[in-house]
Design a protein around this ligand. Sequence first.
Ligand code: ZN
Length: 66
Amino acid sequence: MSWLGNHRNDPDRRPVVQFVPIICPDCRTRNYDHQGTRGRIRYHRCRDCSLRFMSVEQIPEPGPEG
Ligand SMILES: [Zn+2]
């Protein structure tokens, strides 16, 4: 019933994808507020320096057949 009880969904056996850590472009902290999402754009505001910035979802490079 529960996906937690399914050994095929063991977290350590799942495929891995990479993501880029989001940091403030000014003071480089990861201390930010998430202010919303629009498509592939995410809006953030730094809690340390109050800078407003965006992050963009990265489209994976297409493979040789893509
Ligand atoms: Zn900042």
